[in-house]
Ligand binder design. Structure first.
Ligand code: CO
Length: 140
């Protein structure tokens, strides 16, 4: 079983503009600076609501995996949800044993929070892209 919902990923053409919108409409706080993840082809900005963090992501570079998403959804949209797990490799093996598809090679990579993550194919979760993120055991 997975742990807590850690964050919701939202694709946007402009993380700073989206952060301002969430601050104005919903009171989201902006304690974190945006940063680039060139290997993932995304620019990221975390914003915080009272009980959840939102990961705003915009395409970075021509090969960004977000480019196609934004072609279909030019204003942006919900991109993924992220659940915490205690052991990313065990979670990956569990997903595969249950028939879910892990994106890419399946080797965990370091995500925007600096911890190992994997992604589960949206077709295996009713159209929702799911990120699993390894967190210290006490938080899961
Ligand atoms: Co994420």
């Amino acid at each position: 079983m997975v742990g807590r919902l850690n964050h919701i990923g939202i694709a946007t053409p402009d993380v700073e503009a989206a952060a301002r919108t969430y601050a104005t409409l919903y009171g989201a706080t902006q304690a974190h600076d945006a940063f680039d993840m060139p290997e993932q082809g995304v620019r990221v900005k975390f914003i915080d609501l009272s009980n959840i963090q939102i990961e705003l992501i915009e395409p970075l570079g021509d090969e960004s995996p977000l480019t196609r998403f934004l072609q279909k959804n030019p204003a942006g949209g919900q991109h993924h949800v992220c659940f915490e797990v205690a052991d990313i490799v065990a979670a990956r093996d569990d997903m595969r044993a249950k028939g879910a598809r892990v994106l890419g090679s399946g080797e965990p990579r370091i995500g925007a929070h600096g911890v190992p993550v994997i992604f589960i194919h949206p077709k295996d979760t009713g159209g929702v892209l799911v990120e699993l993120m390894q967190c210290p055991k006490e938080s899961v």
